[in-house]
Design a binder for this molecule. Sequence first.
Ligand code: FAD
Length: 417
Amino acid sequence: MSDPESTSRPQRVVRSVLVVGGGLAATRTVAELRERGFDGRVVVLGAEPIAPYDRPPLSKHLLDRSTPTWLRDEIGADLPVLADEVRLGSPARGLTITAAGVEVQTDGGPLGADAVVVATGAHAVRPPGWEAALTLHTAADADVLRAALVPGTRLVVIGAGWIGAEIATVAAAAGLDVTVLEATGDPLGAALGPAVGALTAPWYAAVGVHLRRGAHVVEVGGNGVALADGTLVPADVVLAAVGARPTTAWLGSALPQEPDGSLRVDERHAVLGVPRSVRAVGDVALRRSQRHGWVPGGHWDGALRGPTDLVADLLGTGDPVVDPAPYVFSTQLGHELALFGVRHVDDEVVLRGDPTGADGWGALWFRPGTDQVSAAFTVDRPHDVGAARRLFTAAALPRLDRTLARDVGTTLRDAQR
Ligand code: FAD
């Protein structure tokens, strides 16, 4: 898995770092630099005009927290203390790789540094014809959505993914009339596949949310949502929750991009195909993992932990790669969910426990015909969360006995081969 373009060149000494993006990955990068004793110049450019904040509470606490959960309080990293200069409300406009290092274009002129870390995250998708729909990615989006969700509102959420389910949960708990439209037929289908995703469908009715499966949206208008079958789903507020894409348009053609805009990086977050002075981390990055292959961004834990491998390599500490297991968590529809690893479409699914029982359940994805596990999912099983995390700490995928793993009476550790 070595890439000659990004791993074999000697690295020049880094005396200045420019971090682009003012979110979790950017904040953790700066904190990691200082924790490792870097005393060079650190400058941060952030597009949003407010201090870094945590995004998961925007959905889970939409209606009971009207101010952002600041990362300063949440992860104890205070950018103005750690960085030499923090420019908020100041988006990067472009990037140029020069003989001396890297230059980033801003409205106030170019900024140069020995190394640049691209941590510009993602933005919510809003397809053409859906202009009347709201989206939720920023604290400003949350303010708009919160203000719109007054008592008596009919809310239609398009997309039964992580964020759609979370918003449906809090809106229904507040007494709103909530309908979730899902085109593919199965909630969380993109993350869990249809068979496991379908097992979460009964959760919607249980908390008073109407779930319409196989609902293909063609347009969002002032009165509601027009479906491909000609029906109109009436709505006062429509939220498009159909995913996010990496925010890399500002780079133009300066760095090689995947069709979805993500930046392919190696295990240490060096962008492939360009000098190692350019790194990417968090939601923008498609990371190469020895254990999992290519790991897309889009989840909190990757933005939190990615900077460890990035900074260690940038500073030349010689530390081995941590290669954190991909991990997603969610609180939705009365359940606590955790997903570790990367699922493949040809994996074979084994259910752990009884999805209709009271003890929680889970799913394990095995490589075809083998005992190798590529992903593990848990529902309301806190003990399995820690065990599943531990499964993915070795260099290779874990191996489990399928029969033992089905039984929630056997710990995942005891099911390991
Ligand atoms: P971001 O948090 O998106 O931060 C990137 C920052 O870069 C933004 O502030 C952006 O304005 C800035 N930026 C963009 N362009 C530029 C530019 N040109 N110049 C300068 N700055 C720029 N993940 C989970 O695992 N579990 C959850 O429960 C969960 N809940 C979520 C709920 C919501 C509502 C949302 C939106 C996300 C949730 N996530 C969750 C995903 C998680 O929050 C993200 O994976 C994480 O925030 C990624 O961090 P990041 O720093 O890469 O990107």
